[in-house]
Design a protein around this ligand. Structure first.
Ligand SMILES: Nc1ncnc2c1ncn2[C@@H]1O[C@H](COP(=O)(O)OP(=O)(O)OP(=O)(O)O)[C@@H](O)[C@H]1O
Ligand SMILES: [Mg+2]
Length: 425
């Protein structure tokens, strides 16, 4: 549905995506950035944008949903900008809050406002499930070079691969990723580093992660977006510190369901896989991490025979290191508990990893180059256990790849997310 809306100075609209807005004449402000005549604003499905007319403005809007609203952002959000003005620079500012409270919208707004003041702003995107700057499953950073209305328009500066879309899966990698990305932003001489966190704040483990994150960041200021008091369990820990705590109301939000979240992730996977081709790499000169595969030596023919007898089938591949036994089994073969016990007896003291050939098919991986620098993502297509060759679909130049990090999610070349991998690998 296409409509023409004329709004007077100070009036606000909420437009839900998918939508395409064309400014016919006049000027609007969107999250601190301005759009004038002939400029367009594209909003994908699952996202929404609120705008305020700077002068009398006519917009041509192609969208199913346009609503007149009183304020483009909650008025208290502007107070946070003034508070940040008072804080000594460089300032690291985490934005915490539950899912769909408006953390990313607020981070965008604050980033644009700080940029307008002539300061250098970096964004650390720690939302591994709804990543905007980097690919899903990673913590990423980028410098804000111009005002944006969609965080995915921030150019990727660096990323740290966590490997899962849920922060609870690998909290230690989350912490490392955020710290490394913030340090990178500070090294680039950013005046303000905004950290957009995942919405996982409820429950003991979630609070634990958030508190540790705040301990390690030692921020100048913490901003919490709350519907009620859901972040207080985290904020309480910092109430006696000299950290400035700003509590803001959440957006009267448009909740996104699992399907929309998956859809938005798929756009992000696709963007970071664009230009991908199949490349085959020899693993003699490349190291693997976050997997036990190819960390030891192939089992002797004698041991392999014993394993086959216990399992009733030949493993596709079997190797042991000083502390692990890794068996790759044909995907269709079931393994009884007795067989597992017998294997444990035979390889006493070793951690056992029983995997299926299919476990690795379409696994999301990250690729690192010299000095463990993030190069990009890929999809694992094939492993040749005899020649120790691995085939990946990736846009990363193969001659740069020195390390492959295994993720825990399966993705297709076109970005479609198949789902998480359950077994450890
Ligand atoms: N002014 C507004 N009023 C209401 N909803 C808005 C407004 N601006 C944006 N939204 C929508 O509100 C929802 C939540 O916003 P946002 O993505 O910023 O939240 P979030 O806390 O970062 O979510 P997540 O937990 O997924 O990271 C989104 O669908 C967003 O498009
Ligand atoms: Mg977000």
């Amino acid at each position: 549905m296409e409509c023409v809306e004329t709004i007077n100075e100070g009036e606000c609209l909420l437009v839900k995506g998918p939508a395409n807005i064309e400014v016919k004449n006049g000027r609007v402000m969107v999250l601190g950035g301005t759009f004038g005549s002939e400029e367009r604003i594209v909003i994908p499905r699952g996202k929404a944008v609120s705008l305020r007319a700077c002068t009398s403005t006519t917009l041509k809007i192609a969208s199913g949903y346009v609503e007149r609203i009183k304020e483009d952002v909650p008025p208290q959000w502007r107070v946070a900008v003034e508070e940040l003005d008072k804080v000594e620079k460089p300032a690291v500012v985490p934005i915490i809050g539950g899912i769909d409270t408006g953390k990313t919208t607020f981070t965008t707004f604050l980033g644009n406002m700080v940029l307008e003041r002539g300061l250098k702003v970096a964004i650390v995107d720690a939302d591994v499930g709804q990543s905007d700057i980097g690919p899903p499953c990673s913590v990423a950073m980028g410098v804000l070079n111009h005002p944006v209305i969609d965080m995915s328009k921030v150019e990727l500066g660096d990323a740290y691969f966590v490997g899962s879309t849920t922060p609870s899966a690998y909290p230690h990698r989350m912490i490392a990723g955020v710290k490394i990305m913030v340090e990178k932003a500070l090294m680039l001489r950013s005046d303000v580093v905004l950290v957009d966190t995942p919405g996982w704040i409820s429950g003991f483990r979630a609070r634990d992660l958030n508190i540790t994150l705040l301990h390690i960041l030692q921020p100048s200021m913490i901003i919490a977006l709350q519907e009620k008091d859901e972040a207080e369990g985290i904020l309480r820990v910092f109430s006696s510190s000299n950290i400035r705590i700003i509590r803001l109301p959440a957006l009267a939000s448009c909740k996104r369901d699992r399907e929309i979240r998956k859809f938005l992730r798929e756009i992000a996977y696709r963007r970071h896989l664009r230009g991908g081709v199949n490349v085959t790499l020899n693993l003699e000169s490349i190291s693997l991490a976050y997997t036990t595969l190819f960390n030891g030596n192939r089992l002797s023919a004698d041991d392999e025979k014993k394993v086959s007898a216990i399992l009733g089938v030949n493993p596709v591949y079997a190797e042991s290191s000083f502390d692990t036994l890794t068996l790759i089994l044909p995907s269709e073969k079931d393994v009884s508990q007795e067989a597992v016990e017998a294997l444990k007896q035979l390889f006493k003291g070793k951690e056992m990893h029983l995997l299926r050939e299919k476990t690795f098919e379409n696994l999301l991986v990250a690729l690192l180059g010299e000095r463990n620098r993030y190069l990009g993502i890929g999809i694992l297509k094939k492993i040749d256990y005899t020649t120790k060759e691995i085939t990946l679909y990736t846009p990363v130049p193969p001659n740069k790849i020195l390390t492959i990090l295994f993720g825990s999610v399966k993705v297709m070349e076109d970005g479609v997310e198949i789902g998480p991998v359950r077994s450890k690998h």
